[in-house]
Design a binder for this molecule. Structure first.
Ligand SMILES: Cc1cc2nc3c(=O)[nH]c(=O)nc-3n(C[C@H](O)[C@H](O)[C@H](O)COP(=O)(O)OP(=O)(O)OC[C@H]3O[C@@H](n4cnc5c(N)ncnc54)[C@H](O)[C@@H]3O)c2cc1C
Ligand code: SF4
Ligand code: SF4
Length: 420
């Protein structure tokens, strides 16, 4: 077995990221994103899709195809960028934060993504920003949001560590002829870049791709168990905020009966006594690009460092803005000139200590994919992510461990999903 040949195979073999682009391209009458019993958003295929319609969708699906910045098809997009062997293309890098202190405070980190989204609208570069926001009726879930005003972009700030399908509105926006920006996870951006390769409208109308560094998407039960740990009934919550209102800001939950609870970032994510699981979707464990190599600008946290390690003590938020294309560099510079962002120096080498938690996933990805393949599982078609350089950098021992681990997990069926 090599590549997944259907959307159902993408889901079944644990390769779906939940981006929602297949629903958007094929229409909800035939493919609908639904929450599975396992707590992920997955496409439910309701009608047969002719092969000639399925093929271009699988070419954009990040569970089936992933084309990195080193692929010949991406040469023009990343022209002018220095290609770092680990951290990918870079045209500029600096610490940044939103010029508006209210945005900086509300947002997940320094509010760079929200500030850039607002700037794209107010400068007339974009007519809409496609991103996500918490669901009003089920606050642990997230829904895709098309924002046309800065107030709407700001309302969608903060991180949603759970299922979200940000791309379900892409085709509608293209059909309406709107110029828009996408703010989403690296795998979502990969899907959008792939669409831009095959669709001239997408190339014309999608004016910027902005992203995060991504530790992976946990399933819905993580949020539910955190609520229960604090004595709250998940079904009664009116607010579930993962972070923000400070940096990183606490998880905050509010319940219909007037009760509320908070949990610090470290208590939530670095807690040996946690009663909740950090389980994430399988696709995240083999992710070749959780650092947004395909975006115009990637904006991870700009953590404060103490004794060479990132700490999460509350402070005014800071991002690192890694512009990866010339267009991304120009956008950041224009936002700085307009006061939408403020900046301080940073170097790409500092990413090793600040975001070292990404190295195992990044460097282990080729070996894990090989392990899956040997176990007879389909894997996405992945090109342009410096496979051999990555393997050399990972070293023999770590690559072997990653290879054997993935092989064993696949043989045990740990990658399999039931779907909807
Ligand atoms: C699942 C997940 C994993 C993350 N892992 C890391 C990590 O490993 N390292 C790291 O430095 N940072 C990580 N972050 C990102 C970090 O939490 C900040 O969001 C990021 O640094 C941007 O900060 P900001 O202040 O510019 O964002 P904001 O200005 O608050 O804007 C965030 C934007 O991202 C969009 N968004 C939020 N959640 C999602 C989602 N699930 N899918 C699509 N779009 C979304 C929002 O709609 C908003 O437009 C993660 C975030 C998520 C959602
Ligand atoms: S990764 Fe995206 S496009 Fe592919 S099957 Fe999942 S939701 Fe659909
Ligand atoms: S780890 Fe990779 S596959 Fe998982 S959500 Fe993040 S970018 Fe997508």
């Amino acid at each position: 077995m090599s590549r997944p040949a259907t959307l159902q195979a993408v889901v079944k073999h644990g390769l779906c990221t939940g981006c929602g682009l297949c629903e958007s391209l094929l229409g909800r009458a035939r493919v609908e994103m639904r929450l599975t019993d396992e707590g992920y958003l997955r496409p439910s295929v309701k009608a047969a899709i002719p092969p000639e319609e399925l093929a271009p969708v699988l070419a954009t699906c990040p569970g089936a195809t992933l084309t990195g910045p080193g692929a010949p098809s991406e040469t023009a997009t990343f022209a002018g960028a220095a290609l770092h062997p680990v951290w990918g293309p870079v045209t500029s890098i600096q610490r940044v934060w939103a010029g508006d202190p209210a945005v900086r405070h509300r947002a997940a980190a320094g509010g760079a993504l929200t500030a850039l989204g607002c700037f794209l609208l107010t400068s007339g570069r974009a007519e809409a920003v496609l991103h996500v926001k918490a669901s009003a009726s089920q606050p642990m879930l997230s829904e895709a949001q098309v924002s046309t005003t800065p107030a709407e972009v700001i309302a969608g700030a903060q991180s949603r560590y759970g299922p979200a399908a940000p791309l379900v509105h892409v085709k509608r926006l293209l059909d309406e002829g709107r110029r828009f920006a996408v703010v989403a996870k690296p795998c979502d951006v990969a899907a959008v870049r792939a669409l831009m390769r095959q669709d001239a409208r997408a190339r014309r109308q999608i004016v910027a791709c902005l992203t995060i560094f991504c530790g992976g998407v946990p399933y819905l039960a993580t949020a539910e168990d955190i609520a229960r740990f604090k004595g709250l009934d998940p079904a009664q919550l009116t607010l579930f905020r993962w972070r923000g209102e400070g940096w990183p800001g606490p998880i905050r939950m509010e319940s219909r009966d007037g009760r509320s609870a908070e949990m610090t970032y470290d208590e939530a994510w670095y807690n040996p006594a946690a009663t909740w699981s950090y389980a994430m979707q399988f696709r995240c464990k083999i992710c070749p690009d959780a650092i947004g190599e395909l975006a115009d600008v990637a904006c991870p946290d700009g953590w404060i460092m103490e004794d060479g390690k990132p700490i999460h003590r509350e402070a005014p938020g800071i991002n690192i803005a890694i512009a990866r294309t010339v267009a991304g560099r120009d956008l950041v510079e224009a936002a700085l000139a307009a006061g939408a962002l403020q900046a301080a120096p940073f170097t790409v080498e500092e990413l090793f200590a600040m975001h070292g938690d990404h190295l195992d996933r990044k460097l282990g990805s080729p070996a894990r994919l090989a392990g899956l393949r040997l176990a007879g599982e389909p894997v996405p078609r992945i090109t342009g992510f410096r496979r051999w350089t990555t393997l050399r950098r990972a070293g023999l021992r770590a690559s072997w461990r990653a290879f054997v681990g993935a092989f064993r997990r696949a043989r045990a069926g740990a990658n399999r999903e039931v779907g909807t």
